[in-house]
Design a protein around this ligand. Structure first.
Ligand SMILES: [Zn+2]
Length: 167
């Protein structure tokens, strides 16, 4: 996406026009399709995916505008899954609507670092099936990194986590 950001920044257009240009290009890369062709739930999902990239795009456009070099990813930072989880913010999700479903153990918005844990059902599951609750945290962490719920499918995500991490 960096070349698109650089191209948009080079147009000299207004900042919001640059952002619009980048988001138009990002939509395809993020698997977004025309809004009229999808269900309302998928529209929300697509909006979340696009919204998730806005902070990074704005930061890159700002650096271009100020003449500062882009900040590339730094593998020397040594981020691991465990260190990443320490950056995720966990909140009591009990007052939230999604936790009204007894089958929901936790939820997040795609690309957000905030995970809302549905404590009552999460703790009940943890007593009997600690593997499921651990996999739920990994599942939600993947969402914080930008993985959408559909596609693939919530069950596919959890099944893949269980396949790689055990139950
Ligand atoms: Zn999910």
């Amino acid at each position: 996406m960096r070349p698109v950001v650089a191209a948009a920044a080079g147009t000299g257009a207004a900042p919001l026009a640059q952002l619009r240009t980048v988001l138009s290009a990002a939509g395809d890369a993020l698997g977004c399709v025309p809004m009229l062709d999808v269900s309302p739930a998928e529209r929300v999902e697509q909006a979340r995916r696009l919204t998730a990239v806005v902070p990074a795009v704005l930061a890159q456009l700002h650096r271009h505008a100020t003449g500062a070099p882009a900040v590339p990813p730094d593998p020397a930072l040594g981020h691991t899954a465990a260190s990443y989880l320490s950056l995720v913010l966990f909140y009591d999700g009990r007052p939230t609507a999604p936790c009204g479903s007894r089958s929901t153990l936790a939820w997040t918005n795609i690309g957000s670092r905030a995970v809302h844990v549905c404590w009552d059902q999460f703790l009940a599951q943890q007593r009997w099936n600690a593997g499921l609750t651990a996999n739920t945290i990994i599942h939600e962490a993947l969402h914080t990194l930008g993985l959408g719920e559909t596609p693939p499918d919530p069950r596919v995500i959890t099944a893949k986590v269980a396949e790689r991490c055990g139950n």
